[in-house]
Design a protein around this ligand. Sequence first.
Ligand SMILES: Nc1ncnc2c1ncn2[C@@H]1O[C@H](COP(=O)(O)OP(=O)(O)O)[C@@H](O)[C@H]1O
Ligand SMILES: [Mg+2]
Length: 248
Amino acid sequence: MAEQLLSINGLCVNVEEKPILHGVNLNIKKGETHVLMGPNGAGKSTLGYALMGNPKYEITSGIIQFNGKDLIEQSADERAKDGIFLSFQNPLEVPGISLSNFIRNALEQRSRKRIRLWDFQKEMKKAMEVLQMDPSYADRELNVGFSGGEKKKSEILQLLMLKPSLAILDETDSGLDVDAVRTVSRGVQEYQKNRKGALLVITHSTGILESLPVDFVHVLVDGTIVASGNRSLIDEINTHGFESFMKS
Ligand SMILES: Nc1ncnc2c1ncn2[C@@H]1O[C@H](COP(=O)(O)OP(=O)(O)O)[C@@H](O)[C@H]1O
Ligand SMILES: [Mg+2]
């Protein structure tokens, strides 16, 4: 049996004094793929930010364990070094550092040793090919002037290069055209291929999930998980929407 990676128990989170999550329970084992769905404003992004350690999202009660350690005690920086990755709904533009240097710095900080440029560049080239990104993007300032689709690709490139043990993808597919969804999805499949890293995919649409093996689906409504199941839950949501979950 696979080992437990993330274990969330009774998680309550306030944003600006307002309770948003009311007792979320979620368990993710190594290599598993979980999908989190739910209506707008349910608290899906809040869960992602709370896991990443964004100080705006105040944990008022509950326990989060990651790799057997208390996650709440760790800073956002430590969490990233420990292998949690969050792809933002709106990736930030970071002037002054190139995409390539950003990724290399993150890798070197995590492993605490220098990475051979040749190996790094070879791997970067391969990952960029999967994502159909022009190699010139490696030298451009991180996300600066990137289109919406390019920003999402840059996030998935980071995912492929950093190989986190848990990747949270928050609506990585939103606002993308069908071809871009397919490319991004190919990148996610590549990350998931050897089942080394776990995935928590937050999404509204199912395009990104089409060719992705999914182990569990959860429905978040009003800050609590109201249903969990297998892939068939996605079809149920596609047919009936979230209404039936909201009444119960
Ligand atoms: N930084 C923030 N400042 C104020 N309110 C926030 C912030 N982040 C989230 N919220 C509020 O928390 C609720 C849940 O939001 P969010 O987690 O973004 O939902 P979802 O991602 O499911 O659409 C919403 O009512 C939203 O307005
Ligand atoms: Mg959101």
